[in-house]
Design a protein around this ligand. Sequence first.
Ligand SMILES: [Zn+2]
Length: 295
Amino acid sequence: MTSLRDRLQQAQQNHQAIGHFNISDLVALKAVFAAARELKVPVIVGLSEGEREFVGTRQIAAFVRGLREEYDFPVFLNADHTHSLAKGLEVAKAGFDSIVFDLSALPFEENVRQTKQAVEALKAINLSMLVEGEIGDIGSGSEIHETAPDLSKGLSTPEQAKQFVDGTGVDILAPAVGNMHGMLKSMVEGETKKHLHIDRIAGIKQATGAFLTLHGGSGTGDDDFRKAIAAGINIVHINTELRVAWRHGMEQALAQHPDEVVPYKILPPAVDEVKRAAASRLMLFNEKWHVAQGS
Ligand SMILES: [Zn+2]
């Protein structure tokens, strides 16, 4: 079985991106895995601190490892937005493939200093675990927001990105390039889209040479995704879109079976709804022609 690093290198050569989807339960996990298997593309399952608290850190590691081994399939596990070294050490010991170590709320110099320390401590426990660092401001909360936060001052520059990657030793960088956690109501309804700063992504890629993750991908237009991947994005995070599909699927499934109490008879339509949402994004991220777009 190839490693996440190998898969990222492969995606980079092919000008594709690996889809990262957050899950909080078995419905979403089954859906994401089924979508990736059907399309025969690698996939990353992510759990934030809150999601891990609900599911269980060691338990999800065992479950994903079970899927990977039984199906000999490149499904990887990421500890999304982890804000303390203690929580980071937990996932390093549990055998996660990667961690998003997020101290982006701290002043830049402090973020560099503490992220560097964390990279050393985490690699000492789990050398193969990839560590991602975060700079800039992309808001918080993968949910439906009433109003858009002003993130214009928190955009990352190529200079700052290089300083961060060189100063910390992270394997992956998550910059702020017009992306935002969560979605506005108008985005859920499909009336508005997020817009990415493609030149900034290309500049950051050129300056750092690091793998780049785009957080807060939900509600981004297809063409912005294609251009962002052509400009150097290697991983795209989708959370809110799947949460919306999960809720919708659950409501439909319950409505379809008003008198049923057997969960495994009720839940399959919910799995299908989340699977459709994941599959449509995976198809886009794995299109082969991004290379022709250039940037
Ligand atoms: Zn994120």
